[in-house]
Design a protein around this ligand. Structure first.
Ligand code: URP
Ligand code: ZN
Ligand code: ZN
Ligand code: ZN
Length: 510
């Protein structure tokens, strides 16, 4: 069961307070620049019982209210990380951050909600869901679920419907890689796209050609390259580009919206750009590692250092990172995730002497808000309002929980951060809140620091201290038929009407 232990004790300096910070639940954030995706304005924000009650200048309050001075600082919606793997069984082991430590890390870095991937158990969706409901009982912040689809039959199809209609899931992920484990084939992807479309659920793809990856792994290993660099060499960008293009074309054929997770290469990004330019509903999610790192770490002579960078698709050669930043800045890619999927160095060492056995995954849930600020805003690439859009608002819209999440508006949940643009951050495994003993962003510094995090109307991060309560996080049900589905029925009707006309034929990719 979930709440019996304090998993972080002895590992870091987190305090596990059981009392609310402000017993009245009343907070006033004064004099900050309140930033939403659509607008920024100098105003106060008043919170009561977990909800934003008022956003306007000069709000007067009594002395039972906790006041936070945000003069000279940005007051923004808490980050929403669309892509995490907490306590996931994967590659013969389990990710080391659970729903307590992973969320503690998130809150310390200004992220107040995440969406994690439920993995079915032997293809059984309900069993997978039940297992994640249990894992998430120790949650300290709000969370939602996507679900992976790993096999296909009538039961799976029926259960997808149950997940959407009863369990608050509105997105399903299809792995085109990890042959012999999670990988699906084109036939399953087509069935999945059709089913998703009928349910108003968003199909997501891990786009790499898994058959070619298996060949590439054998080729590189047989050449005698057994270290972590073999990971990058065995699954080059062309395999990501191919699978991205294939998934996009199949989604076009079905006329279903598509979400491409962890876009790591120019090759994949350009397929998304081309599809969007032609009017197709494709969402591209770069992740922090792809935006801010290059593959050089994989060549480090120290195995422990090199192995920590192993994730799939791989972190690419320098140049891909900058291209992904530019695509994100210009709306070709829409939101930033992390793919937070941590293994400590003991677990990574399972692949010593064979890169194919290194558990795939990197950290990022705590670092995302700071690194995106530094890379995109501090660098001058995007506005502060666009920062809010790509770290929070767009995610809330895509997964249909806006404006409850992703906005500082009257009636929205009080998930809020105060960011000081003049303070600086420094990342290290010594001070981070993840349970992992390494950090792929080790030593990175920058300007812009999340000084306060408010989650569900409670101050959970202030002056470098976490005050979190196991079990206080809520499961956020995500309803189907987000804005991405508006008009799909009209396009389908036009397609049907045009079938008998050689001149006016439309839809199903012609
Ligand atoms: O290496 C990665 N990305 N691990 C997590 C699983 C996935 O593919 O998202
Ligand atoms: Zn504790
Ligand atoms: Zn993936
Ligand atoms: Zn992932």
């Amino acid at each position: 069961s979930a709440s019996e232990s304090h998993p972080m004790q002895g590992i870091c300096s987190v305090e596990c307070d059981t009392e609310l910070t402000s017993s009245s639940g009343k907070i006033l954030i004064k004099q900050g620049t309140v930033v939403n995706a659509h607008h920024k304005v100098l105003a106060d924000v008043y919170i009561e019982d977990g909800i934003i009650v008022s956003v306007r200048p000069n709000i007067a309050v009594g002395d039972d209210v906790k006041v936070i001075d945000a003069t000279g600082k940005y007051v923004m919606p808490g980050g929403i990380d669309p892509h995490t793997h907490l306590e996931m069984d994967f590659m013969g082991t389990g990710t080391i951050d659970d729903f307590y430590t992973g969320q503690a890390a998130a809150l310390a870095g200004g992220t107040t909600m995440h969406i994690d991937f439920v993995i079915p158990i032997n293809g059984n969706l309900s069993a997978g869901f039940a297992s994640y409901v249990h894992k998430a009982k120790k949650s300290v912040m709000d969370y939602g679920f996507h679900m992976a689809i790993t096999k296909w039959d009538e039961a799976v199809s029926k259960e997808m419907e149950l997940m959407v209609k009863e369990n608050g899931i509105n997105s399903f992920k299809f792995f085109m890689a990890y042959k012999g484990a999670l990988m699906i084939n084109d036939e399953l992807l087509l069935h999945g796209l059709e089913k998703c479309k009928s349910l108003g659920a968003l199909a997501m793809v891990h786009a790499e050609n898994g058959d070619a990856v298996a060949e590439g792994q054998k080729r590189i290993f047989d050449l005698g390259i057994t270290g972590p660099e073999g990971h990058a060499l065995s699954r080059p960008p062309v395999l990501e580009g191919e699978a991205t293009a294939r998934a996009i074309r199949l989604a076009s054929f079905i006329n279903a919206p598509l979400y491409v997770v962890h876009v790591m290469s120019i090759d994949a990004m350009e397929e998304i750009a081309k599809a969007r330019k032609s009017g197709q509903r494709v969402i591209g999610e770069p992740v922090v590692s792809g935006l801010t790192l290059d593959e050089s770490g994989l060549w480090d002579s120290d195995f422990t250092t090199a192995a920590k960078y192993v994730m799939s698709p791989p972190i690419r050669r320098t140049g891909h990172d900058k291209a992904l930043q530019d695509a994100l800045a210009t709306g070709i890619l829409q939101l930033v995730g992390t793919d937070h999927c941590t293994f400590n160095s003991t677990q990574k060492a399972f692949g010593y002497g064979d890169f194919r056995k290194i558990p795939n995954g990197v950290n990022g849930i705590e670092e995302r808000m700071h690194l995106v600020w530094e890379t995109m805003v501090e660098s001058g690439k995007i506005s502060v309002t666009d920062y809010v859009r790509i770290t929070s608002t767009e995610c809330a819209k895509i997964f249909n929980i806006y404006p409850r999440k992703g906005a500082i508006l009257e009636g929205s949940d009080a998930d809020i951060i105060v960011l000081n643009p003049n303070a600086s951050f420094r990342i290290s495994a010594i001070s981070h809140h993840s349970r992992s003993d390494t950090n792929v962003y080790e030593g990175k510094t920058g300007k812009g620091k999340v000084e306060v995090t408010i989650s569900g109307g409670r101050v959970v991060w202030e002056e470098g201290n976490l005050k979190i309560t196991s079990g206080s996080g809520k499961y956020i049900k995500m309803p189907p038929f987000s804005y991405l589905f508006d008009g799909i029925d009209k396009a389908d009707a036009a397609y049907l009407a045009s079938l008998r006309s050689p001149v006016h034929r439309t839809g199903a990719a012609y």
